[in-house]
Design a protein around this ligand. Structure first.
Ligand SMILES: [Zn+2]
Length: 246
């Protein structure tokens, strides 16, 4: 677990090739995403590392219902009853009314190169035995308005990676939590680091991702806290242009 301080209120945490974020407002916390199922201990450690208790988390905002982002949710909901929120469409995905996720066959195909093999091994370790996880109690958020959660985050619908993918903007801090719409690296990326779209094998709709990235261009943010890769401080328009030109 690696902790990156964004500002007094915001920390980005890296678990197994994936990030989550902690946003504090006094004693209360918002958690954006929750890592893989087997990142749960690291998730709890990250909360302790910034001087908080798990009970301080009053809301979990999910960008999307993939196992690398929702895996730590049951640890929080079962033990602390933490409410889980995401976009209305993604709430259906979290309940597994349908599944949009890389298939085991497509995962296996990654093993033909060393980086892919390493990624598959790390992913299996981070997931097993929780492959069939679903979330029952997920509340749909209203998009484009400040939510009543610490940090006053705003849900930004960004369909593409999944149909209901939702990014979150923290206007007061100028931070965008972009989930898997706009990232700055991934073990399977052939682009290295810097703003980019995820490899297409992960995306439900490539055209959707491209449109969603473009739609972020004018948001008032100069810090990107992505679902994968490092924190980047640069105007969002610059990052969007960079990602769309690769
Ligand atoms: Zn992801």
């Amino acid at each position: 677990m690696e902790l990156t301080r964004v500002d007094d209120q915001v920390h980005l945490v890296t678990g197994t090739n994936v990030n989550w974020a902690l946003i504090s407002d006094g004693s209360a916390l918002t958690l954006v995403d929750a890592g893989y199922p087997n990142d749960s201990a690291a998730l709890l450690a990250s909360i302790a590392a910034i001087g908080h208790r798990p009970e301080d988390v009053v809301a979990i905002l999910l960008t999307h219902a993939h196992l690398d982002h929702m895996g730590g949710v049951p640890t929080m909901t079962r033990r602390f009853g933490t409410p889980v929120l995401t976009g209305a469409e993604e709430a259906r995905h979290a309940r597994r009314e349908y599944l949009e996720q890389i298939t085991p066959a497509r995962m296996l195909r990654q093993c033909t190169r060393p980086a892919g093999l390493r990624w598959v091994a790390a992913t299996v370790r981070a997931v097993v035995p929780h492959l069939k996880m679903s979330l029952d109690e997920v509340t749909a958020v209203e998009p484009h308005v400040p939510l009543d959660v610490p940090g006053g985050l705003v849900a930004v619908p960004t369909p593409g990676h999944t149909r209901g993918h939702t990014a979150y903007l923290m206007p007061a801090a100028g931070v965008l939590f972009s989930g898997d719409t706009l990232v700055t690296g991934h073990p399977l990326s052939r682009l290295g680091t810097g703003a980019q779209r995820l490899p297409s094998v992960f995306n439900e709709s490539e055209a959707g991702v491209t449109a969603a990235v473009a739609s972020l261009r004018d948001l008032p943010a100069d810090t990107l806290a992505p679902g994968h890769g490092e924190l980047v401080r640069a105007p969002l328009a610059t990052l969007v242009d960079r990602a769309l030109n690769r």
